[in-house]
Design a protein around this ligand. Structure first.
Ligand code: SF4
Ligand code: SF4
Length: 142
């Protein structure tokens, strides 16, 4: 939660507006949400990843980016289709492998379902998860 002064908030908002291109250049390093494997390729998602995926589904539904029901997984009000469903793209099973094989090769399932690997977040800022609109990384100037 951000606790800065109003003046600081304004300064940060201006920096965010100025540095939007930086995120496109970076490609969304901070958006590598689903790091399900260690450096040797072993699955390390047991005990935390499913809950973490659910947390992000809630965040992205709350922001209007995503609709998730028992039968649907699709774009919300923002009108941007998610690139993958992390509930499937991280399954360490044959079903998960089949789903991953069905995705375009350029989709990086380690990243948020709205993160394009070349240009970063596909969502208009107002539809990003709250945490993404409040957080400013060390790469940003200002
Ligand atoms: S906030 Fe920082 S780490 Fe995240 S996409 Fe932008 S420049 Fe990259
Ligand atoms: S909503 Fe956008 S900024 Fe937030 S994690 Fe996903 S791609 Fe990154």
């Amino acid at each position: 939660m951000w606790h800065g002064t109003r003046a600081t908030r304004v300064a940060v908002a201006e920096a965010q507006a100025e540095d939007f291109d930086l995120c496109n250049e970076c490609g969304g390093l901070c958006c590598c949400l689903y790091l399900a494997h260690d450096e040797n390729g072993a699955y390390i998602g047991d005990g935390w990843l499913p809950e973490y995926i659910e947390l992000w589904l809630e965040r992205l539904q709350a922001s209007g980016a995503l609709v998730v029901t028992d039968t649907e997984y699709r774009a919300g009000e923002a009108g941007v289709e998610p690139l993958h469903d992390p509930r499937l793209s991280h399954l360490p099973t044959a079903e998960g492998a089949a789903y991953r094989a069905s995705l375009p090769a350029w989709v990086d399932v380690r990243k948020c379902q709205f993160c394009h690997p070349d240009t970063g977040c596909l969502l208009p800022r107002t539809y990003r998860a709250d945490i993404c609109r409040e957080w400013v990384c060390e790469l940003w100037r200002g």
